[in-house]
Design a protein around this ligand. Structure first.
Ligand code: PEP
Ligand code: MN
Length: 371
């Protein structure tokens, strides 16, 4: 695929990393102008972002200001000499944005999750020379993400970048979305030269975690960052916990350690380094899964105490060994290896349950680990 690099998207884009910033949602003309004025004054951004139509998980929440916001954005563009990016989900969005001089489109995670929608958007983009950012789908399905990039490319769009915004977790995690860094790394291996921009705001879900994720993305030589900024995050109509104040944005820009990738690894590191980064990410997820498993073991310990059930139940254990062993061999793992790993995990689980049992016996029913 012949994808045009970010620096050739517009005139004067020499800066690395490519910074996209702006509010989650356009809320009012005043809000847009205040953010545009601030961000323009930093001289750090390549692109101003704002959501005009908001795909909300639950009904009854702010759906976006709609078409009238495009006029506010036009004013921000003209008065502060900014380029503007807006999320599009329907062909009608594309049409009305083009009329209002929007410079870049992004396709949101929920829309990318649906190939019908991406197909419709790609038809609407045919013959339109405008850069398109493709966010990752909600689930860690790399084929779906790759497919969306390919569909947009097939429409003739050559200015394409992927945006890594993390993946919906199965259960609550520290971050709002799991980064699973191995996935954007693999996407870069599959589509050579595809710029990948990280969105630490949607990964973190919390302003305080934005800097560590932004730094990690730069350490992995991602091409840029998309960051939500709001004059008063706590009063924001959407994503209030994760948007940075002006001061936080300024301080992030001054503390990020930027190592400009060399020509050879622009866009992707050498193969070994990339594989190591993928392994690192998977190891951390293994540890997180183990921690979740042990937490449940703790709960089982309490349950077993209350119901007077023995900690070790041989039948259940044999069943675990058998089913996991079978699953492992389907996936090409050596059965004795799977058995050893399970034994280790099981021993730790028994230790945790026995501890809890002993504590409950000594300190009574109301004892809890937190105390
Ligand atoms: C957004 O960028 O505000 C947004 C809705 O993002 P995502 O599609 O990644 O959830
Ligand atoms: Mn948002």
């Amino acid at each position: 695929m012949e994808i045009l690099q970010l620096k050739s998207w517009f005139e004067g884009v020499e800066k690395y990393p490519f910074i996209i910033a702006g509010p989650c949602s356009a809320e009012s003309e005043e809000q847009i102008i205040s953010i545009a004025s601030f961000l323009a004054s930093t001289g750090k951004i390549n692109l101003f972002r704002a959501g005009v139509w908001k795909p909300r998980t639950r009904p009854g929440t702010f759906q976006g200001a709609g078409v009238k916001a495009l006029k506010w954005l036009r004013r921000a563009k003209d008065e502060y000499n900014l380029r503007i990016a807006v999320e599009v989900a329907f062909p009608e969005h594309v049409e009305v944005c083009l009329k209002h001089g929007i410079d870049v489109f992004w396709i949101g995670a929920r829309t990318v999750s649906n190939p019908f929608s991406v197909e419709e958007l790609s038809a609407a983009l045919r013959g339109v020379d405008i850069p398109v950012l493709v966010k990752n789908p909600l689930s860690p399905d790399i084929d779906l993400w790759q497919g969306a990039v390919e569909r947009i490319y097939a429409a003739g769009v050559r200015k394409i970048a992927a945006v890594h915004r993390g993946f919906s977790p199965f259960e609550r995690t520290l971050y709002r979305n799991m980064p699973k860094w191995e996935i954007p790394i693999e996407l870069r291996q599959r589509i050579i030269n595809l710029p990948v921009i990280c969105d630490p705001s949607h990964i973190s879900g919390k302003a305080e975690y934005v800097p560590e994720i932004a730094q990690k993305a730069l350490d992995l030589t991602m091409s840029g960052l998309m960051i939500e900024v709001h004059p008063n995050p706590s009063g924001a109509f959407s994503d209030s916990a994760q948007q940075l104040t002006f001061d936080q944005f300024r301080s992030l820009m001054s503390t990020l350690v930027i190592r400009k990738p060399t020509i050879e690894d622009q866009g992707f590191l050498n193969q070994l380094e990339e594989l190591r980064n993928q392994i690192d990410s998977i190891d951390f997820q293994l540890i997180e899964l183990l921690a979740s498993r042990m937490k449940i073991s703790g709960k089982m310990g309490k349950y077993k105490y209350r119901n007077n059930v023995a900690v070790l139940q041989m039948e259940r254990w044999l069943e675990i060994l058998r089913t996991r062993g079978e699953h492992g061999s389907h996936l090409g793992l050596d059965p004795p290896f799977v058995e050893r790993v399970l034994n280790f995990i099981h021993q730790e689980s028994i230790r945790i349950q026995t501890n809890i049992l002993n504590n409950l016996k000594t300190n009574g029913e109301h004892w809890s680990e937190e105390e």
